[in-house]
Design a protein around this ligand. Structure first.
Ligand SMILES: Cc1ncc(COP(=O)(O)O)c(C=O)c1O
Length: 402
């Protein structure tokens, strides 16, 4: 625990918030209806951890468990599938609401649209989602993975019929490679879970797809009798997920938004660095970005999300690996009476950060900056299960660091 949790309170200049409507409630309702049309669809559980909340000194803790998403062990497929549907809708002159799963997979639509090749780069979860969706929709997928990606993750993508490889380069360079290949391939389409200047439409659809998870969570909170959480913690790699969650809940609770906290892996904390610099400009992290949080090992922020985050996030946190590892162990073996949650490295990072902040004296100031106390009702997202099963066992069962 030599490495400390770092944080930056958001004092960045506000903008005109032009990207917030991407996560408008009506748009997200469409994504939700689309996902509901899949035969594999069920709402993922929102687990309430009462004993853990009492132990950590907050009122309520709610954890959305995405290990149950479509049998894929992570939330990511929500974005890939919805963006591909919106792309096909646009190409065939329809609204996405006219393309539920049954129509998208029909012979008639396949004949009309034909076959495209969807290119992407991934640490694992996004690529698996794209490969899965392409497989179901009768489309082709090409997936590049960065140096250090595990064989298990590659095999899970290959199983869906995609062409997949591990490159000798980091995630952000894999993105550039996939973009180049998509450009050079007839009917090649880049379906990347991040945006940059000039590449914004598909990533905004991906963020809307993630909105299904946020919308479900909002409804499930109500079922528990919680009209509104006081705090929402969300993890970030490039920040598409965080932009989606922060954007959706800023729209849902427009009159009284919760305090949003973004949690990154310290080795790849580009958003935190931007917030710490304070001028509103993007900061980039380069190099290998070694962390157990594979899904968060991205050093170049999504440009459209960044705008949403700048306007709405209260605190940006850079979490060391030990925080994520502790979070995995605590969720896997919680206090008696609470349900265990299988949460992977990137999934458990926000909970691990919350647990450290609430239980370690050295983070008393951070507790204050976020405004966490015995009245706090906290919503978090466990965005993946044991997507790397060997590493999961090493950390949770054997007590290793990675
Ligand atoms: C499990 C998991 N959680 C969180 C994230 C972060 O999402 P984003 O890159 O949109 O910030 C990822 C990204 O791959 C992921 O795989």
């Amino acid at each position: 625990m030599d490495q400390k949790i770092l944080w930056a309170v958001n004092h960045m200049p506000k903008t005109d918030d032009k990207n917030l409507p991407i996560m408008g409630l009506e748009e997200i309702a469409k994504a939700r209806t689309f996902h509901e049309s899949f035969p594999q669809y069920t709402k993922t559980p929102l687990t309430k951890l009462d004993h853990m909340a009492a132990y950590l000194g907050v009122k309520e803790i709610y954890l959305k468990d995405e290990s149950y998403r479509f049998g894929l062990n992570a939330f990511k497929v929500l974005g890939g599938s919805f963006s591909m549907a919106r792309y096909i809708a646009k190409e065939t002159g329809r609204d996405v609401s006219e393309l539920p799963y049954s129509v998208l997979t029909s012979d008639q639509l396949r004949e009309e649209f034909g076959q495209a090749t969807f290119f992407t780069a991934t640490d694992g979860n996004h690529g698996r989602g794209v490969a899965w969706a392409a497989n179901r929709l009768g489309q082709k997928a090409v997936v590049h993975m960065p140096k250090g990606s595990t064989q298990t993750r590659l095999e899970n993508i290959a199983k869906e019929g995609a062409q997949v490889d591990i490159q000798e380069m980091n995630y952000d360079d894999c993105v550039r490679l996939a973009a180049k290949e998509a450009d050079e391939t007839p009917r090649g389409v880049m379906v990347q879970d991040t945006a940059w200047d000039g590449y914004e439409e598909i990533p905004s659809w991906i963020m809307q797809g993630y909105g299904t998870m946020a919308m479900e969570a909002g409804e499930q909170l109500k079922e528990y009798g919680c009209e509104r959480p006081t705090h929402i913690f969300v993890q970030a790699g490039v920040g598409s997920l965080a932009g989606a969650v922060v954007g959706y809940f800023s729209n849902l609770y427009a009159d009284n938004p919760p305090a949003f906290v973004v949690v990154e892996a310290e080795a790849a904390a580009c958003l935190y660095k931007g917030a710490a610099a304070g001028d509103g400009q993007i900061r980039i992290v380069d190099g290998d970005m070694e962390t157990i949080m594979a899904g968060l090992a991205c050093g170049e922020p999504n440009t459209i999300s960044w705008d949403i985050l700048k306007n709405h996030v209260k605190v940006f946190i850079a979490a060391p690996d030990w925080a994520a590892a502790n979070g995995m162990r605590m969720l896997g073996a919680p206090i008696k009476g609470d349900a265990p949650v299988t949460s992977g490295e990137s999934g458990a990072a926000p909970f691990g950060a919350l647990a450290a902040i609430m239980s370690m004296d050295e983070y008393a100031d951070l507790r204050k900056d976020i405004g966490l106390d015995e009245n706090s009702r906290v919503l978090l997202f466990s965005t993946e299960g044991d997507t790397d099963p060997d590493r999961y066992k090493n950390i949770v069962w054997k007590g290793l660091d990675k």
